[in-house]
Design a protein around this ligand. Structure first.
Ligand code: M6R
Length: 612
């Protein structure tokens, strides 16, 4: 995915665009570019980060009250200066920035080549800019808007685009299909961005473009239409993001800030939903689909990456307490395998960003087949909550670090609430146990704070093993997906190979890897599998492996066995995944810092994957 920003108004566009690009850099960071329009269009672009672009432009003419900017995550063509956006059409009539993929770009490119066009870059976006221009030049007396509309009618794929036209320098045209685009409304000025974070410091009033919509925007006027040219009434929404939540706030990295924000983020996830006083858990967003869930023959949870791991934790909890059969699938597999879905199925789609292309496509497929689809999403107003029948926002606040942390615990919190609420409604949890669980949930934020207080100890452990080539993570039951999540965190930000395994599976293969150089992180809290996990630790130690154990506070048995222990407070089994993941996040963070890795922007990754 990429990030796009735009501005049209009376202020200097450049500072707004460059700051906006910095806010969106988490979406892609292999090259960046800006176009400034001041009667004529000037374009600057280069390989590298937004800061490289800033240096590159430092001594250039930065004037203009209209402009657009782009930060790229390469799909078509390697990251280099030429492939960076904006892309200008061959004869200079149109300038385009684009987030998404034009799937039929090759066919369109061949047609354009046969009509005399040549191409400088390897991108699908240059094809779009030339297609718009070709239509503009070959039809008589056509407006830029019409040319964009005709071009988009020929395009297959996903896009969020901004287009500037040489002959109409007082407008910007925005269009969306499959890739998000938000328009902020100021006083005689408009702001454009892939998400609301670059807009929030200028205005709180926004319009979220829907799929198939385009906006033709002048300084003091916005016309919203469908791509088929039907005029629409814009729906203006007020965004609820404060500026502090998108700043680092004194932390070295967004990831560290987001790890430390988890007690507050989880409180925000609970707010108005878990009440000790009323002895009740209630998720209002599910109200209208509750009968469907209660009668569901099966729940299918879909998601990708960390969201999929949260889904696996949810599987254990929902089966244990709601007693409804649950399957968990990668959205990317589910959508391509003609799954058997009926109207009796409830699908829960989990996504931090609400924009992951595979999850969105899987939702559409499940809906086509008649299932009721529920979204568990963090970003308010994103595509997934708009596509689902009902849903629960996680309310964890903006997550900027590419490695997901607080979004995971917020997702697991929602799934835990769901499991307990359904368990109680369906008569599987008696009043006493229900109260115990509500108390346990309410204590999660303060218990996470206790774990965060051990960050110095965790940093020391991380420093000791920063040069390991491999790590193994083990856990059982609902803690197995937590082991998977620990391994994913380490891989993505420190580039150390790591695998998560159910602890009992170790002896079926991975045990062969263990030697004195192999750190094994074992989640060994006191639950019904405790003795078995102790045995697994002994098996690792017998082969000279290094054991870093996550244990229940006061555990002496494992203290005597393991090389290092990190304690988590005691709590009901249902909430231990929320606690056990915190040391794993910190281990990864400190190892990545010790290895001098770019924690917030790991190589090759982007925050959300809006391509298939
Ligand atoms: O926005 P989503 O939750 O749909 O994103 C899913 C994955 O791309 C995401 O969790 C990814 O695995 C993270 N980088 C993990 O830290």
């Amino acid at each position: 995915m990429c990030g796009i920003v735009g501005y049209i108004g009376h202020k200097d566009a450049y500072p707004i665009l460059i700051k906006g690009l910095k806010r969106l850099e988490y979406r892609g960071y292999d090259s960046a570019g800006i176009a400034l329009i001041n009667g004529k269009t000037r374009t600057y672009k280069c390989k590298g980060k937004v800061s490289d672009l800033e240096t590159f432009i430092a001594n250039q003419d930065k004037s203009g009250n209209i402009g657009m900017g782009h930060t790229r995550w390469a799909t078509h063509g390697e990251p280099n200066d030429v492939n960076a956006h904006p892309h200008i059409s061959e004869n200079g009539y149109f300038t385009v920035i684009h987030n998404g993929i034009i799937e039929n770009y090759d066919t369109l490119k061949k047609e354009l080549i046969s009509n005399g066009y040549s191409f400088k870059s390897e991108t699908d976006t240059e094809v779009l800019s030339n297609l718009i221009e070709y239509i503009f030049l070959s039809k008589k007396e056509i407006t830029a808007e019409k040319a964009v509309r005709y071009a988009l009618s020929k395009v297959i794929g996903a896009y969020g685009i901004l287009v500037a036209a040489k002959d109409e320098t007082n407008i910007l045209i925005a269009a969306r299909k499959g890739s998000p685009l938000v328009i902020g409304i100021g006083h005689n000025e408009y702001f454009f961005a892939s998400d609301a974070t670059p807009i929030v410091e200028h205005t709180k009033s926004v319009i979220y473009l829907d799929d198939g919509q385009m906006a033709i925007v002048e300084r003091d006027n916005l016309m919203l239409k469908t791509i088929q040219n039907d005029v629409l009434k814009p729906e203006v929404t007020e965004i609820d993001i404060n500026i502090e939540s998108i700043e680092k706030d004194g932390y070295d990295h967004f990831m560290l800030k987001e790890i430390f924000e988890q007690p507050i983020a989880i409180k925000d996830t609970f707010r108005g939903r878990v009440s000790k006083r009323h002895q009740r858990i209630y998720l209002g967003g599910l109200h209208k689909v509750l009968p469907k869930i209660n009668n569901a023959k099966r729940i299918i949870i879909i998601g990708c990456g960390t969201s999929w791991h949260a889904g696996l934790v949810g599987e254990y909890l929902l089966e244990e307490y709601a007693r409804i059969p649950v399957e968990v699938e990668y959205a990317s597999e589910f959508r391509y395998r003609n799954p058997i879905i009926t109207e009796d199925d409830v699908v829960i789609a989990i996504s931090q960003s609400g924009e992951t292309a595979d999850t969105l496509a899987a939702i559409k497929l499940a809906k086509e087949k008649g299932a009721t689809v529920i979204g568990v999403c963090n970003v308010v107003g994103a595509s997934i909550p708009r596509e689902t029948h009902a849903g629960v926002y996680t309310h964890a606040g903006p997550e900027i670090g590419v490695a997901s942390t607080k979004a995971f615990t917020a997702q697991v919190t929602v799934l835990t609430m769901m499991a307990l609420m359904l368990g109680r409604e369906r008569g599987n949890i008696d009043a006493k146990l229900y109260m115990e669980m509500i108390t346990a949930m309410s204590n999660v934020p303060k218990n996470i704070t206790k774990i965060l207080e051990q960050s110095d100890l965790i940093k020391k452990i991380a420093d000791k093993y920063k040069d390991a080539s491999n790590f193994l993570y083990l856990g059982r039951g609902a803690l197995f997906p937590v082991a998977l999540e620990g391994a994913l965190k380490l891989k993505e930000i420190s580039y150390i190979h790591a695998e998560g395994y159910p602890a009992a599976e170790m002896k079926h293969g991975p045990i062969a890897l263990i030697d004195e150089k192999m750190p094994v992180v074992v989640i060994a809290t006191k639950d019904k599998s405790y003795e078995k996990v102790v045995t697994n630790i002994q098996e690792v130690k017998a082969r000279k492996g290094v054991v870093i154990a996550i244990v229940t506070e006061g555990d002496q048995i494992i203290k005597n066995l393991a090389n290092h222990v990190i304690e988590v407070p005691k709590g009901h089994d249902s909430i231990i995944p929320l606690l056990a993941v915190i040391p794993l996040q910190l281990i990864s963070y400190y190892i990545a810092v010790a290895r001098d890795c770019n924690v917030d922007q790991p190589r090759n990754l982007a925050k959300s994957v809006t391509v298939e």
